[in-house]
Design a protein around this ligand. Structure first.
Ligand code: CO
Ligand code: CO
Ligand code: CO
Length: 312
């Protein structure tokens, strides 16, 4: 029933998760997300997939409460102990997030995929969407960019151990504290940065909010060494399709192509992009930095103009 008045955020809004009102004080936030392995270690993959699946609930300011496993597993060519380790990794993150695993579904499949369907709760008056950004708002990004590029470099065997461990740690880091801070201080809009990259998700925020976004290139946090890998051509296919799809909405100014590759780079379990009223921006950033070391104010919201996204 797509005209159901209790459907607060549905398919038409292209937001992070669906929100359905149960009564005046309570709504449920629902999302499902499953991914192919991004790292070799099964336990780490489980942690990352769980953090990634929980993220859409956090991006809306919700509190996740239950989750269900979604498993595609090639049981003919892979030992079942690998699945056990993936699920343990995920469970460790669910435990950290105070989320109860209530079930799941698995399917024999040629390729390994894993993720979760997550249900959260939220006050229906306090739902944060990607459509509330207002001219004058500052934009905060909580995690540095380049996950897809570094993952590509890892697959090519070009990444040292420390960089790989750092990447795993970043992807497995929950967006929960960021959600807590948003709810505490109040924000106008939020989205998490995932497959469409910074540019794709910022464009969606601009489109849904009816505004334009200006980003300061030199303020956008990047994962160490990411430009080095871009210059070696280690750009994932997803960055190219994002570029193809979103280029026409973007005024790149004089931004170097290699930097644009990072801004188009698809992220797995990326950070949050938050539009916050200017008077709250510094306090929010200070609080964010306690958990997310590279969080930064990366730009501002403008009145709608020709391009949805303007770099300078
Ligand atoms: Co999302
Ligand atoms: Co998602
Ligand atoms: Co079933």
């Amino acid at each position: 029933m797509q005209d159901d008045p209790n459907l607060i955020v549905g398919l038409d809004r292209a937001d992070d998760a669906g929100v359905y009102r149960l009564n005046d004080d309570l709504a449920i936030v629902q999302t499902v997300d499953f991914i192919a392995p991004v790292v070799d270690d099964p336990y780490s993959f489980g942690m990352i997939a769980a953090a990634n699946a929980l993220s859409d609930v956090y991006a809306m300011g919700g509190k996740p409460i239950t989750a269900m496993n979604v498993v595609c597993f090639p049981s003919e060519k892979m030992d079942i102990s690998i699945l056990t380790r993936i699920l343990s990794g995920a469970l460790s993150k669910l435990t950290e997030a105070d989320v109860t695993l209530v079930g799941g579904h698995s399917l024999k499949n040629e390729e390994l995929k894993y993720g979760l369907s997550v249900t959260g709760i939220i006050n229906p008056q306090k739902v944060i969407t990607n459509s509330g950004a207002k001219p004058g708002d500052k934009l905060i990004l909580t995690k540095p960019l380049g996950i897809g590029i570094i993952s590509t470099a890892i697959k090519a065997g070009l990444v040292d151990n420390n960089t790989e461990l750092g990447l795993i740690e970043q992807m497995a880091q929950l967006n929960r504290e960021a959600a807590d801070i948003m709810v505490l201080l109040g924000v106008n809009a939020c989205t998490d940065i995932t497959g469409f990259g910074l540019i794709g998700h910022a464009c969606k925020m601009a489109e849904n909010s009816g505004i334009s976004i200006q980003l300061s290139v030199d303020k956008i946090p990047l994962i160490d060494k990411v430009l080095q890998f871009v210059s070696m051509g280690l750009v994932p296919l997803g960055a190219c399709s994002n570029r193809e799809f979103y280029s026409s909405q973007v005024n790149a100014g004089g931004t170097e192509e290699e930097l644009m590759d990072v801004f188009f780079d698809p992220q797995t379990s990326g950070g949050l992009l938050i539009a916050v009223p200017p008077q709250k921006a510094d306090e929010m950033l200070d609080r964010m930095k306690q958990t997310y070391k590279k969080a930064a104010i990366i730009g501002q919201v403008l009145k709608k103009e020709g391009s949805r996204l303007i770099f300078r």
